[in-house]
Design a protein around this ligand. Structure first.
Ligand SMILES: Cc1cc2nc3c(=O)[nH]c(=O)nc-3n(C[C@H](O)[C@H](O)[C@H](O)COP(=O)(O)OP(=O)(O)OC[C@H]3O[C@@H](n4cnc5c(N)ncnc54)[C@H](O)[C@@H]3O)c2cc1C
Length: 198
């Protein structure tokens, strides 16, 4: 039984069905699928390469690389889903741009390049000078920038609807307008007493 029909719940339901199609998976959603942050967010798809210096400083190089690579794998899975989704989720791949807007921020960009080179993943990003940044986004306050290879945008409510449609097609038992009001091991009942099937 999965509680919540946002990206987390829907993706989990689909992953479970993919791994074991015979598994009975029920998903309850208090409102409609995508009614929470999943259907209302900025639609930016990105991983953790932009956070590499901070991750390396806090968790060490190996963990930082593992997290960044996991983020890339998640994007690969999303890209595959977008390519076969039951409706167009407006997937657009364009990389990610980080910019400095003050001299004090310039050093952080160089530091990110140095960290990537030290960890052998310099192909993930490229330092842009002010002219190259202006070609992409002509803001008078933008200075240098970092262009990351990974990153995309999509239409969040469309993704939620596509995941919902795929979940139904895979046989997930979906109960919308069904808030979880209590959690008791071994039971799964609707407030009106109906069995939820999970
Ligand atoms: C303004 C904003 C912009 C964002 N922009 C981005 C972005 O550009 N890129 C990005 O990657 N992330 C972004 N995020 C983060 C992203 O939206 C969330 O990480 C993601 O949607 C979380 O999904 P979720 O399924 O965990 O939660 P939710 O989408 O919140 O889903 C939880 C669901 O559980 C349901 N629920 C709650 N309580 C119960 C209950 N008792 N019983 C049954 N159902 C219940 C809710 O109705 C909801 O549908 C943004 C978030 C916000 C708020």
């Amino acid at each position: 039984l999965i509680v919540g029909g946002g990206f987390t719940g829907l993706w989990t339901a689909l992953s479970l069905k993919e791994r074991r199609p015979s598994l009975v998976v029920a998903l309850i959603e208090a409102d409609r699928c995508g009614a929470g942050a999943s259907g209302k967010n900025g639609g930016k798809v990105h991983g953790y390469w932009t956070a590499l210096p901070r991750l390396a400083a806090q968790l060490g190089d190996d963990s930082a690389l593992a997290i960044a690579r996991s983020g890339a794998e998640a994007q690969d899975a999303l890209r595959r889903f977008a390519g076969q989704a039951p409706l167009d989720v407006w997937w657009r791949e364009a990389g990610s741009l980080t910019v400095s807007a003050a001299p004090a921020q310039d050093r952080a960009l160089v530091g990110a390049v140095e960290t990537a080179a030290r960890l052998g993943v310099e192909d993930q990003l490229r330092l842009l000078d002010a002219g190259e940044v202006q070609q992409r986004c002509a803001s008078p306050v933008f200075r240098a920038g970092l262009l990351y290879a990974e990153g995309a945008t999509l239409h969040p409510p469309r993704l939620a609807r596509a995941l919902r449609a795929r979940a139904l097609a895979c046989g997930v038992l979906l109960h919308e307008a069904t808030p979880m009001t209590a959690l008791e091991p071994g039971s799964g009942h609707h407030p009106d007493g109906r069995d939820l099937g999970g």
